[in-house]
Design a protein around this ligand. Structure first.
Ligand SMILES: Nc1ncnc2c1ncn2[C@@H]1O[C@H](COP(=O)(O)OP(=O)(O)O)[C@@H](O)[C@H]1O
Ligand SMILES: [Mg+2]
Length: 290
């Protein structure tokens, strides 16, 4: 039986006990075993001129794979550099967890997205901004809608940026059908299902901010666009999120690396944990080159 680490921060592990139990159960059905590891208990760096990794102060053997459910790009890269197979790979998580990098990476591939500026508050000057208000200002590393602001004036933009003046932001034009978005769940680079998230009283559709979710059937044009986005990544499990235009055509918004499964589970019988474990088991059987 192959063993893998399931890496969570301690607070997130507490919030996600039922998903963790579900993953473990599906892992054992698929001939895998998962060991919950807490991100805070790792120490990593260089010892005697080679990469080193400690867990609870002990230099530790690597398992066959790891499912990374925490956002710590340097830890992910260290694990990979030490030979561990990661789900999602660091190439996915490092792009997905940075909204500027995500847009930069996918631009030029003909994927529709809102016009976007990449800015750093320390050198940003309003007189150099080629866009007009209203705009959406987002912390590049933000999650859960918390650091996403609708700004209508210079003052509101300055107030938004002042919440994290030391980090990168993106400024984006407002999508036509604000308050709604579509999350497409992807497992093993295949579409597992999608939900429409909507909010009656906020331009942000995040479920964690009180948005609603319903199952959503993709039309062929939407499916083709999602598959095109997927083709640039090697996704274990992720959400790919789209805004909508007036005709319900997709406008790419973001890739959610550490995606939750609650909205899909609440609106369908899709067993995303089983799909994920089947994908991992199949990947571990294949030769490295595939
Ligand atoms: N350019 C935009 N126009 C309209 N609504 C947007 C735009 N960008 C984001 N939103 C809304 O805000 C929500 C949160 O933004 P998002 O980019 O997904 O950040 P987060 O990673 O915090 O979820 C989206 O789900 C969407 O409903
Ligand atoms: Mg989002």
């Amino acid at each position: 039986m192959k063993t893998g680490w399931l890496i969570y921060s301690e607070p997130d592990a507490v919030k996600n006990t039922s998903f963790i139990d579900w993953l473990k159960e599906e892992a054992s059905l698929g001939g895998l075993s998962l060991e919950l590891m807490y991100a805070e208990r790792f120490a990593f760096g260089i010892t005697e001129n080679r990469l080193s990794l400690y867990y609870d102060l002990t230099e530790t053997e690597l398992p066959s794979f790891a499912i990374v459910r925490t956002i710590q790009p340097l830890l992910s890269r260290q694990l990979e550099a030490m030979g561990l197979k990661l789900f999602n790979p660091s190439a996915v998580s490092s792009v997905a967890n940075d909204k500027a990098r995500t847009h930069q990476f996918l631009a030029g591939a003909g994927i529709p997205m809102m016009d976007t500026l990449f800015i750093h508050p320390s050198i940003f000057q309003i007189q150099s901004m080629p866009f007009t208000f209203p705009l959406v200002a987002k912390l590049a590393s933000g999650r859960g809608g918390e650091q996403v602001h609708l700004v209508k004036t210079e003052r509101e933009l300055a107030d938004a940026l002042s919440t994290h003046p030391e980090q990168e932001w993106i400024l984006q034009k407002l999508a036509p059908d604000a308050g709604k978005d579509i999350r497409v769940f992807v497992v093993g680079n295949k579409i597992a299902g999608a939900v429409l998230r909507s909010s009656a009283n906020d331009f942000r559709a995040n479920y964690s901010l009180g948005g609603m979710a319903q199952f959503y059937h993709l039309n062929p044009a939407q499916t083709a666009l999602v598959e095109q986005v997927i083709s640039y990544f090697d996704i274990g499990m992720a959400g790919i999120d789209f805004l909508l235009d007036e005709k319900e055509a997709f406008i790419f918004n973001e890739v959610e690396d550490v995606v939750g499964s609650r909205t899909l589970s609440a609106t369908s019988d899709i067993n995303i944990a089983r799909l994920y474990m089947e994908h991992i088991a199949a990947k571990l059987k294949k030769p490295e080159s595939e």
